[in-house]
Design a binder for this molecule. Structure first.
Ligand SMILES: NC(=O)c1ccc[n+]([C@@H]2O[C@H](COP(=O)([O-])OP(=O)(O)OC[C@H]3O[C@@H](n4cnc5c(N)ncnc54)[C@H](O)[C@@H]3O)[C@@H](O)[C@H]2O)c1
Ligand SMILES: O=P(O)(O)OC[C@H](O)CO
Length: 333
């Protein structure tokens, strides 16, 4: 596709915080965008309020943003389909999309961050299985929906299976204040995005339990060792895991309660009631990430510990004692 080709129109599947923020970003940037909510009633609420008060409160949406309750129609015309439903709902959402007559060669861009619990599949694999005619890309990196919605500067990585497709996708997905770096390492980008959520839970637990700033720095640093090891074992490249969708997103989500994963971990660490908390993808990815690590023969004690706390196999205090009591080793082993 040449630089002069008109920018493809965009359909955004999933009208939560991130889907709404991305749809609004591109609509403000002059693109033709339809945000697809779960049903007609949810779409009507967003249209009438010109805001998504449930998931992205306080943000006035562009009057140019179309909002629909069904993918058919919106998607048929779209050259780009952003997939922004939670990772565990992606397969069902794509099966629901099959009847929508997607444009041939549509660029399906995974924007969620997680691993399918039942199968251990990453989202790009699910797209390849469920929408075999689509071209696949992944958008991931340090990016809070609220920051993007407020027009704050953001940089992310956009990965696809080949460098030309990644370059094309990054060009189409960049917008004012939203800079996309291209990568041909889909697995590295997806692994970084999913694993940082699990590690942000660990950081939140440390903070909520009041274990101190030194312990927080230690858990983030040793967590990054696990992210790199496991990300590489799953097929990611080291330089990708050092980039925006690995280290970058880990830094963002481990830095405080604006991250829902960190906030969930902090509530766990304090012993608070967890009902009513916002979506924390790490809760669903921790167990399967621990299993993938075991299967790959990778030591991932922090990921294992988060999974054990979530399963009520360990209390936070038992977990902290167990991590500190592990046999001593060289830092680089
Ligand atoms: N919020 C952020 O800052 C942010 C940033 C980057 C990536 N993400 C990732 O984006 C994904 C979505 O997160 P979010 O913040 O938008 O979540 P959210 O909880 O705000 O919204 C989830 C949305 O998905 C919809 N949904 C759920 N199941 C569905 C289904 N089967 N079909 C259609 N719609 C369905 C819900 O109705 C809701 O609108 C997650 O994987 C998250 O990790 C979020
Ligand atoms: O709020 P979180 O923890 O889901 O993080 C949101 C984004 O993934 C940050 O890049």
């Amino acid at each position: 596709m040449s630089d002069a080709a008109p920018a493809p129109s965009i359909a955004v599947l999933g009208a939560g915080a991130w889907g709404t923020a991305l749809a609004n970003l591109y609509a403000r940037d002059g693109r033709t965008v339809t945000l697809v909510a779960r049903d007609g009633a949810a779409a009507a609420r967003i249209r009438e309020a010109q805001a998504n008060e449930r998931y992205l409160p306080g943000i006035r949406l562009s009057p140019d943003l179309a909002v629909s309750g069904e993918l058919a129609g919106a998607a048929t015309a779209a050259g780009i389909l952003l997939l922004v439903v939670p990772a565990q709902a992606l397969r069902a959402a794509l099966r629901g999309a099959r009847g929508a007559s997607l444009a041939p060669g549509v660029l399906a861009v995974v924007c969620s961050k997680g691993i399918e619990r039942e199968t251990g599949r990453f989202a790009s694999d699910i797209v390849a299985e469920e929408l075999p005619d689509a071209r696949v890309a992944v958008l991931s990196g340090p990016s809070f929906a609220d920051d993007v919605a407020r027009g704050l500067p953001t940089a992310v990585t956009v990965a696809a299976g080949t460098e030309p497709l990644a370059d094309e996708a990054a060009r189409w997905l960049s917008a004012e204040g939203f800079r996309c770096y291209a990568s041909a390492d889909i697995r590295g980008v997806e692994a970084g995005g999913a694993l940082k959520n699990v590690l942000a839970l660990a950081a939140g637990i440390v903070s909520g339990r009041g274990l101190g700033a030194s312990a927080l720095a230690a858990i983030v640093t040793r967590g990054f060792v696990e992210l790199r090891r496991l990300g590489q074992a799953l097929g990611g490249r080291p330089e990708t895991l050092m980039g925006l969708s690995g280290l970058g997103d880990l830094v963002l989500t481990c830095s405080g309660p604006q991250s829902r994963n960190f906030a969930y971990g902090a509530a766990l660490g304090r012993g608070d009631d967890l009902s009513g908390l916002k979506l924390a993808e790490g809760v669903y990815s921790a167990g399967i990430a621990a299993r993938l690590a075991r299967e790959a023969g990778i030591e991932a004690p922090i990921v294992e510990t988060v999974a054990a706390i979530l399963d009520n196999r360990l209390t936070v205090d038992e977990a902290a004692r167990a991590l500190l009591a592990r046999p001593l080793k060289r830092e680089t082993d």
